[in-house]
Design a binder for this molecule. Structure first.
Ligand SMILES: [Zn+2]
Length: 257
């Protein structure tokens, strides 16, 4: 590895050859792998207070861990979920280019965001696992982005990561465009714990890394498989989460319409 002074020089040369651009809109910025001010302002980061189970924003801080109405009505199979931001247009664009256009320049930034958003889950976790892809799709997309994120988080936190514990045992249709009920049916039984690695799961506190939580059907299917293998705790950490508009916003919409 070259000494630091050389490296700074090499970085400067790299910047001249390939000037840093915003990873969302490609506008010129000061450093590589970052967002410009305008795009950063469009990322709707999820901040406390959040539902202790689902990780969705709550309207006010009750001072104690609180649950959303959705978590009370239908408690998820996983223990807790946390996401960096709402699944807004900017996050959708960022994740789509990361997933389908081979743009890995956001990897370092996304991993730092995930470590921050998942601090509570990672504090005493034993193991990080990515949501697996079915083999043919893995080949098609060349790599699993969730696995890349999981490995990066593992490096940043020192928590072990194993990309081969969870297996997608059946090819599933893309979840895009499916209703909530169709999504549940689509991924039911799609995941299992690799028998040779079952011992790694038993009694462990696990964080499953995914790109987006929409209805949560994939997260639930993974959690079900891990709990069946006797995981002590299964949390889910994602870059984005689809969040229903709060009841007040709905009322406002109705009032306006
Ligand atoms: Zn931008």
């Amino acid at each position: 590895m070259p000494p630091p002074s050389w490296r700074a020089g090499l970085d400067a040369v790299a910047d001249l050859l390939l000037p840093p651009v915003c990873i969302a809109c490609r506008a010129r910025i000061m450093g590589h792998g970052l967002l410009c001010g305008d795009c950063f302002a469009k990322v709707d980061f999820i901040a406390p207070p959040v539902c202790a189970r689902l990780g969705v924003p709550l309207p006010y801080d009750a001072g104690t861990p609180s649950l959303s109405a959705a978590a009370i009505a239908a408690p998820p199979v996983y223990d807790r979920a946390r996401a960096v931001a709402r699944y807004s247009q900017t996050m959708r664009d960022l994740i789509q280019s990361f997933k389908y256009r081979d743009r890995q320049e956001g990897l370092a930034l996304f991993s730092r965001w995930l470590v921050h958003a998942g601090a509570e889950l990672l504090a005493d976790a034993d193991l990080i696992l990515p949501v697996p892809l079915y083999r043919s799709r893995l080949w098609w997309r060349r790599f699993n982005q969730s696995a890349m994120l999981a490995q990066r988080i593992s490096k940043l936190t020192g928590i072990a990561c194993d990309c081969f514990v969870l297996k997608r045992v059946r090819r599933t249709a893309s979840q895009v465009g499916l209703s909530a009920e169709q999504r549940v049916r689509n991924v039911a039984g799609a995941f299992k714990v690799e028998p040779s690695r079952a011992q790694i799961v038993k009694g462990r506190r696990i964080v499953v890394v995914d790109d987006v939580i929409t209805t949560g059907a994939t997260a639930e299917a993974c959690a079900r498989a891990l709990k069946r293998a006797k995981a002590a705790r299964v949390d889910v950490l994602a870059l984005a989460r689809a969040v229903e508009p709060p009841p007040r916003a709905l009322k406002d919409l109705r009032g306006a319409g």
